[in-house]
Design a protein around this ligand. Sequence first.
Ligand code: ASP
Length: 321
Amino acid sequence: MSIKPVIAIHGGAGTIVRQAMSTEAETRYHAALNEILSAGQNVLADGGSALDAVTEAVRLLEDCPLFNAGHGAVFTAAGTHELDASVMDGATLEAGSVCCVTRVKNPVLAARRVLDASEHVMFTAAGAEAFAQSQGLEFVDPSYFHTDARYQQWLNARGTSGTMLDHDAMTKFAFDNDPIDPRKKLGTVGAVALDAHGHLAAATSTGGITNKQAGRVGDAPLIGAGCYANDATCAVSTTGTGEMFIRMLAAYDVSAQMEYRCVSLEEASNDVVMNKLPRIEGRGGLIAVDAKGNVVLPFNTEGMYRGYARVGDTPVTAIYR
Ligand code: ASP
């Protein structure tokens, strides 16, 4: 049976409601998702690996200011940016991740270099930057990550007690008179892919949650929580309230349920997102693909920026439930 390569991406989940979104903003999000899916599709169409496709898609998502990763990342409580990213290869179970980097232009490329060139899996803060520098990666002044939209979000969140999930903060900004519901604070970007050789890969990157404490690390760079890939089961990238995704080992749980309970990708993903995470007030979603090319994009929030594209087909993108 010949395999049709496929890539899926997400740009974060949260309180994304139609009434709060202008037609222009909606068009911008769909255009960005389409463009990035097409780039990932091209890598796969040229016979490229799932690992290369997800790395490239997440790099482009990081460069796009609409999403909370790389340029456009949210602010910490200290008014800084601390970025986390991870990548995993389903063929070899090799993985790489970095967290709390502040000057690496594309954290996902640093994670990829960890996978390719290091005996270790995860680097943090200054050590991660020293490693990235030794690999010749591009560095930027921290002001590169600043965008006015995220700065406004941060000013909003700063006056409250808590943190905010990126896209919830955006909605609060749009609905200026609405009280901030502390349970509704969520962004992150991610990609999963199946290539023509039957290999799976996943990548995730984030600025974290708005107004997070300096040094806080979420699920995105943690293999098994925010990112997981195994050719025997599936590839998963998550977005949402990181603390709960860590406690649930959300990405790995999808894979484990497929392996141990022999359930489908859809059943395993729905169980994690619709049953298990809500039990501990986990909000968000995930994207996943299995070795047969099935794609699922479940979320338990009002919306999730998402899409998928099979090689040869027109990309499909969506925002709301
Ligand atoms: N999961 C990310 C984190 O906790 C945030 C998000 O996806 O909105 O850092």
